[in-house]
Design a protein around this ligand. Structure first.
Ligand code: SAM
Ligand code: SF4
Ligand code: SF4
Length: 343
């Protein structure tokens, strides 16, 4: 990774067509995963015959860092590394080291936690600041139903503890809630997060991708989740973090919890996120069907200035607000899969 990347002056990208700045970048470093959560990578679709992005088509570690440096030079301050399962990416430490080296102010990683126990210290040493661990249930059978894999939930808990020991905090925990599957475990997770001092976020089940057979009936709304928590623990709403998507609540006796209401109360008006797919396509919405190919100009020798111009122009034209339009039924035929684009 070249140190020349550090010196690029920041010239913020122009706002998009709806007046939103470019502040965050999510980078998917692999589209493969060791889990098969039915809401994300159902086995029926992601079976042995599924064609993942082949290695030569994926951005290399160096290309990822170069693209990220283009984004930081356009005003991005938050970078989240995701996937698929990012801990499956062989060069992950190198990628993190490179991202830390270009001076990303807020560098985080989202993981299912299964491989975190033995990797947390090295990731911290490489420059990772914090992690979000997905954990849909503490109950072994419900966890198995939500992840569809033979990994005990205790392995994820060990990963969380290793992340804490390594200093990767604050540790966030994401829980997708599905009607009739894990909704009865909400309070157990809240109590666990309070005991362990974790920042818990409940996520409404979304219609991402085209394979999970999403139905509105399977969504448990943020309001219902808060109602369940509020019936046990008194809650007070907190001001939203600028640029963050969760509605946050404080327990009156300490700690906080949040809900991410992408379905019932969308937040497209504040969406400042770009997403980089495994093969270098740039997506300006989680629900997009098409991305802009950055890999071709990258491999054809484009200068930093040329790449900055390509990204800035694309952002300037952006008018995505899918979640706000969802109810009108104007859904594109194909969405890119969550495991490819990253959460
Ligand atoms: N494999 C890692 C993990 O699970 O944390 C990172 C990638 S995963 C795609 C990122 C996040 O997206 C996870 O927290 C996951 O729960 C969430 N997610 C996946 N499919 C979803 C869906 N249909 N609705 C809501 N959240 C979803
Ligand atoms: Fe894998 Fe994460 Fe998707 Fe689950 S949510 S299948 S862990 S990428
Ligand atoms: Fe952003 Fe698209 Fe989600 Fe709206 S639907 S918040 S524009 S990613």
């Amino acid at each position: 990774m070249t140190s020349a990347l550090v010196a690029v002056p920041v010239v913020p990208a122009p706002a998009d067509a709806l007046g939103r700045g470019l502040r965050d970048l999510r980078i998917s470093v692999t589209d493969r995963c060791n889990f098969r959560c039915p809401y994300c990578m159902p086995r029926s679709h992601f079976g042995p015959g599924y064609r993942f992005v082949p290695t030569p088509a994926a951005l290399t570690a160096e290309e990822i860092v170069r693209v990220a440096s283009i984004f930081t030079s356009l005003g991005v301050t938050k970078v989240r590394v995701t996937g698929g399962e990012p801990l499956l990416r062989r060069e992950l430490d190198e990628i993190i080291r490179g991202l830390a080296g270009i001076g990303v102010a807020d560098l985080a990683l989202t993981t299912n936690g299964a491989l975190l126990q033995r990797r947390a210290a090295a990731l911290k040493a490489a420059g990772l600041q914090r992690v979000t661990v997905s954990l849909d249930s503490l109950h072994p059978e419900v966890f198995a139903a939500m992840s569809d894999v033979n990994v005990p939930v205790s392995q994820v808990l060990d990963g969380i503890h290793a992340a804490r020991d390594a200093g990767l905090s604050p540790i966030k925990v994401n829980c997708v809630v599905r009607r009739g599957v894990n909704e009865d475990g909400i309070i157990e997770l809240v109590d666990f997060a309070r005991r362990e001092d974790l920042v818990l976020r409940f996520i409404e089940y979304m219609d991402v991708g085209s394979s999970n057979g999403w139905r509105m009936d399977d969504v448990v709304s943020g309001a219902e989740i808060l109602g369940r928590i509020g019936s046990v623990h008194a809650l007070e709403e907190l001001p939203a973090d600028p640029g963050a998507v969760a509605r946050r609540y404080r327990f009156v006796d300490g700690g906080e919890v949040g809900v991410i209401t992408s379905v019932s109360r969308p937040f497209c008006g504040d969406c400042t996120r770009a997403r980089l797919g495994v093969d270098g396509r740039l997506f300006t919405c989680l629900f997009a069907s098409e991305g802009l190919d950055l890999r071709a100009p990258l491999r054809e020798g484009a200068s930093d200035h040329e790449l900055r111009t390509i990204v800035a122009r694309h952002w300037h034209q952006r008018d995505d607000r899918y979640s706000e339009l969802r109810a009108s039924g104007s859904r594109p035929l194909q969405h890119v899969e969550m495991s490819y684009i990253g959460g």
